[in-house]
Design a protein around this ligand. Structure first.
Ligand code: FES
Length: 634
């Protein structure tokens, strides 16, 4: 078999692959993170590369303009390596400079009336040495002491490796030992025995396993303080941006194994980062709480997720047994346990349960809508008396997918757009302040709102091509607005928003808004009675509320009702890590949430179609936009 050498610029990484390898795989194999929202299906257009030299074979695609093809651009997922190649990636996913919401690091959170009381405990014991008068076995001796310390004897349980160590450790350390145990309502699991007193060395991890990013909090379980936080993009993104693409990928040969390995590798890298920085032996980490959506949780545990997208959409489990970290390959103490935050349904996961735990809406009076917008929109509505939950598929538009110049919120992404209505000239803010590379979710929402307000597009999202301005043009038959000229962009190509992009964003925002409305309709309410609107998740924090209302993504209600609550998933996981009571509370929350299947609600499609306008078909629902737009279209 002929091998080919691939050189990847600007990272200048090299990899050797067999002739006929898909270029996207070769680039990923070289450890270069390239945007690939659709997981290599040739539909997102994000994996574009420029072939500097060498032999290749590529399929034609509508994702690239004639000009781009003439410049040697191609989609890496549609290109086969035919010989040695040098390729450059104009839109590199700079994961190191990503805007990832890490939660509230470095603080001990307010636990209300709950105490720092982790389910995992280390108990220091001085056992009386055996004698002819006190001749209980080692295990009975230990149980007797634990019983004296308040652990019910009938609940105590251990596995064989514990017994195999017990006799030797106890004698070597003159019967002074530390026992690590995990306590629940009905069982006290003895998981480790060590010599001497190491009861003050207890560390745990709270992890948000997001579809896009992973956040790890290293927590001192004695004080409850977060020692450090680390985050990164989820390396599974190489297999697609959204959960559906990942589920499809999991069905390939070794797909599930690869997806599990990628997320475990991501977490292990972050564990290494925080533990080595603080010189904490990873063997001292013995408790983990992970919060993720249902797909991410199943992939983390290596559970086949295929049934999540097959009618009637039933997950393998909503509540997960405690498992050993070693079973999934996490680099911590091999006895460490992982608790996964309980899910509600196939598309309302443990991250939402964690968010509800964090936001405390389940114990407060005001009627609250909690939302998390990403590739899916998850919604919880309720208060201390009742909670309903639903989800709707938004697609990857808010993560930059399905948008020609879209990208994640990393260095070089346009995150804010203003357009002068008189001159049509834009002003943008770029993450990292360098030359722009593309446009991320918050920039896309801003851009759309500004184009509407400036009269560049109509309420159907169609561009007025007769405005006689050089920024408004038709390229390859598709009307577009040039946000950044090639000379000012890092990619040396124009950064545009075109009608296809706008259409994708309108469908995404339409699905989310229809989700809000349908959930309210199902419980016989409307936006007027929603007293608080809590926005969680990555996009939420960088979202301009005014722009989101202008395009009809968010309802037109008084601005003071909106509140960002950041990465509530990781904070909820933190709470369940440091408090056994809050861990049990999270089980109760998940069990108490009624899941609504929006797709079977007759109202959903009607609401969705009504929401496919800017901001909405019914302008009376958007009074703050009404006057402006009625002037525009009168
Ligand atoms: S078009 Fe290549 S990964 Fe999406």
């Amino acid at each position: 078999m002929t091998n080919c050498k691939i050189t990847i610029l600007p990272a200048n990484k090299r990899v050797t692959v067999p002739k006929g390898t898909v270029l996207l795989q070769a680039i990923q194999q070289a450890g270069v993170h390239i945007e690939s929202a659709c997981g290599g299906q040739g539909v997102c257009g994000q994996c574009r590369v420029k072939i500097e030299e060498g032999r290749y074979n590529t399929e034609t695609t509508t994702q690239l303009s004639g000009q781009e093809c003439a410049q040697g651009m191609c989609l890496a997922c549609l290109t086969l390596v035919e010989g040695d190649l040098t390729v450059s990636i104009p839109r590199l996913a700079d994961w190191e400079k990503a805007q990832i919401l890490e939660g509230e690091g470095g603080v001990t959170l307010e636990l209300g009336h709950w105490q720092i009381n982790p389910a995992l405990k280390k108990v220091h014991l001085k056992l009386p040495p055996p004698s002819l008068d006190d001749n209980l076995s080692d295990y009975e001796r230990l149980r007797r002491e634990l019983h004296r310390r308040g652990f019910p004897d009938r609940h105590l349980h251990c596995e064989l490796p514990f017994l195999q160590k017990l006799g030797q450790v106890a004698r070597q350390h003159h019967w002074e030992v530390t026992v690590t145990l995990i306590q629940s309502d009905t069982v006290v699991d003895l998981i480790e025995i060590e010599g001497g007193d190491v009861s003050q060395h207890r560390f745990g991890l709270a992890i948000d396993v997001g579809t896009t990013s992973v956040v790890v909090h290293l927590v001192d379980l004695v004080t409850g303080k977060t020692i450090d936080v680390a985050s990164s993009y989820n390396a599974q993104a190489a297999c697609g941006d959204d959960v559906i693409t990942r589920i499809i990928y999991s069905q390939k040969a070794d797909g599930l194994i690869r997806l599990q390995k990628l997320v475990i590798d991501t977490i292990n890298r972050l564990i290494e980062e925080v533990s080595s920085k603080h010189r904490i032996d990873f063997q001292r980490i013995d408790s983990i709480v992970a919060a993720g959506n249902t797909t991410m949780t199943q992939l983390l545990l290596g559970i086949d997720p295929r049934y999540l997208r097959q009618d009637p959409y039933i997950p393998t489990a909503n509540s997960f047994p405690m498992i050993r970290a070693a079973e999934v390959g996490l680099r911590v103490n091999s006895h460490a346990s992982i608790y996964c935050m309980p899910c509600v349904s196939s598309y309302v996961g443990g991250d939402i349960t964690a968010g509800v735990l964090r936001s405390e809406i389940y114990k407060q009076e005001p009627l609250t809508m909690f939302i998390d917008i990403g590739t899916n929109g998850e919604i919880v509505l309720g208060n201390k008396d009742w909670l309903v939950a639903a989800s709707c598929s938004a697609g990857p538009a808010f993560e930059g997918g399905g948008v020609k110049c879209g990208m994640r919120a990393t260095s070089g992404a346009i995150e804010q757009v203003r357009i002068d209505a008189a001159t049509f000239e834009p002003t943008v803010r770029v993450i990292g302040q360098g030359k722009p590379v593309g446009i991320c979710g918050s920039g896309i929402i801003d851009g759309l709102a500004q184009m509407l307000m400036a009269g560049i597009i109509n309420r159907k999202g169609k561009i007025y091509t007769d405005l006689g301005h050089e920024r408004i043009r038709v390229a390859d038959g598709i009307p577009e607005y040039v946000l950044i000229w090639a000379k000012d962009s890092a990619t040396e190509t124009d950064i545009v928003l075109n009608e296809v992009d706008i259409d994708n964003v309108m469908r995404a925002k339409g699905a989310i808004y229809a989700g809000f409305r349908t959930l309210l309709i199902e419980v016989g309410l409307n936006f007027d009675v929603v007293e608080r609107f809590l926005i969680a998740g990555g996009l939420g924090n960088f979202l301009n509320i005014e722009s989101a209302v202008a395009i009809g993504l968010l309802p037109d209600i008084p601005q003071e009702r909106f509140k960002y609550i950041g990465n509530s998933s990781v904070i909820g996981a933190y709470l369940a890590l440091v408090s056994a009571e809050l861990r049990e509370e999270s089980e109760r929350i998940a069990n108490s949430m009624t899941n609504m299947e929006l797709s079977v609600s007759p109202a959903f499609m009607e609401e969705y179609l009504s929401a496919l306008f800017l901001p909405h078909t019914d302008l009376s629902a958007f009074p703050s936009m009404r006057e402006k737009l009625e002037q525009e279209y009168s």
